[in-house]
Write a protein that binds this ligand. Structure first.
Ligand code: GLY
Ligand code: MN
Ligand code: MN
Length: 439
């Protein structure tokens, strides 16, 4: 394994918490993700459905978990594909029932071909059927998840059942992290932090954005990460202003800012961290001004991630901090702000996104929009200022745990203060020198 095994107790506890939330007389069904085909003879890299992983720890495709709750008993059933010689030869060892049971702690194990008979025998005995489908906002790819297809089939076959959402229950649970999850997110941040330090050492005028990506990739994979948690961003100059820049194909030039937005995925948990650094290791006066404005906002914004806070209110507070800093930078005028439209506030020209999102098994983790923050929630804090006219984009992003005693930054070890970045870039073994010497 690339990561230390998560104990089956963790997955069993998650199932118990879910079963407590289910009404009696319910059966809940969780599907793995589809393996997505490429245009030719292949598939995109597989990633397990996060809800199924959260409840079972199984990372293999073609897996289904069924939880049953009636007045007398609770039952857990896991269906995996039958292991076969061909898959073992082409893909490596596939899970057998005993191994899947050891990982998940689920009591009843089956092969997938038994599912039809199981549904025929068991579903008629339940009043509620809960199916897990992706109900998060902003996902409009047109691709339907397996749960969606299963829901249609079950409705055709058992039309008089009461159908409901398993996802809404799971989302409530996943929003509050167990200590074990916090440790895994912290580990993903630490891995990312090591990669950031290598990057600070590596960056100099003349390097390509993709060369930095290669250094980051090597670092996180060597430390046991499975992959990047999302397409990493290495954007220099004007690209530092592109919010989800992903080409990473340009050359970093002297005098430019470089925005790095990188997260390792460790044991399926994400980090999501941003820093903006000067390509030549020294901030210009203007770059410093903008950097310090973002740093001030972030410090205050981290401090506001507190129990009871609603994210919509939080974002309004950050927007006000942003307006004040943009005035200080000479980018907005107080008078114009006084007359701005509520729907199109002027700061949007320089700050186009939000500052906090939940993070966990998904980088933009599942959440219920207006639920006040609770102890154990983990969020990013990522204010940014993007001045297209000056080709200066600066974003600082950290991962923050909400506790009763206040926010705890899980990514605190990564250099961030302006002088720290400059010192770090000046003192590290310089690939700048190596590069300069070959030119
Ligand atoms: N890297 C995506 C984000 O910061 O939300
Ligand atoms: Mn990010
Ligand atoms: Mn983020």
């Amino acid at each position: 394994m690339r990561y230390e095994n998560i104990t089956p107790k963790f997955f069993a506890k998650n199932r118990t918490k879910l079963i407590e939330l289910m009404e009696p007389d319910s059966i809940a069904i969780f599907n793995s993700n589809y393996s997505m085909p490429t245009n030719g003879d292949g598939c995109f890299p597989y990633k397990q459905n996060s809800n199924l992983f959260y409840l079972s720890g199984i990372e293999q495709e073609d897996t289904i978990l069924v939880l049953c709750k009636n007045k007398r008993a609770i039952e857990e059933h896991l269906f995996i594909k039958a292991s076969n010689e061909k898959d073992n030869i082409w893909l490596g060892e596939q899970l057998v029932k005993e191994e899947a049971q050891r990982i998940s702690g689920v009591t009843h194990m089956h092969e997938l071909q038994e599912l039809e008979a199981f549904f025929a025998a068991r579903i008629p005995g339940f009043r509620h059927v809960l199916v897990d489908i992706n109900e998060q906002f902003n996902v409009h790819t047109g691709v339907k998840c397996k749960g969606f297809t299963m829901l249609q089939e079950l409705k055709d076959r058992f039309p008089l059942k009461k159908y409901g959402s398993a996802a809404i229950l799971l989302t409530q649970l996943r929003m509050v992290k167990e200590q074990q999850e916090i440790d895994l997110i912290r580990k993903a941040c630490e891995i990312t932090g090591e990669a950031f330090k290598i990057i600070l050492d590596f960056v100099c005028p003349g390097v390509k954005e993709y060369e930095i990506e290669a250094e980051a990739s090597r670092s996180i994979l060597k430390q046991g990460a499975t992959r990047f948690a999302y397409p990493p961003i290495f954007g220099a100059g004007i690209n530092s202003c592109v919010l989800h820049y992903f080409h990473n194909h340009n050359t970093c030039k002297d005098g430019e800012m470089l925005t790095l937005d990188v997260g390792a995925e460790y044991a399926n948990y994400s980090a999501d961290i941003s820093r903006s650094i000067p390509v030549n290791g020294k901030f210009t006066k203007r770059q410093s001004e903008v950097y310090e404005a973002v740093e001030r906002i972030q410090q205050r914004a981290i401090d506001e991630l507190r129990v009871g806070k609603r994210l919509d209110d939080y974002e309004k507070e950050v927007a006000q901090m942003m307006e004040q800093e943009l005035i200080g930078l000479g980018l907005l005028k107080e008078e114009a702000i006084a007359h701005q439209s509520v729907d199109e506030p002027l700061y949007r020209k320089f700050y186009m996104h939000r500052t906090a999102h939940h993070i966990g098994l998904d980088t933009h983790d599942v959440h219920i929009k207006d639920m006040p923050l609770k102890e154990g929630m983990v969020l990013t804090c990522e204010p940014g200022i993007y001045i297209w006219e000056e080709a200066i984009g600066i974003r600082l992003e950290d991962v923050v745990l909400v506790t009763k005693k206040g926010p705890v930054v899980l990514s605190a070890s990564i250099p961030k203060a302006l002088h720290e970045i400059e010192q770090y870039m000046a003192s590290t073994r310089s690939s700048r020198e190596i590069l300069a010497s070959v030119e």
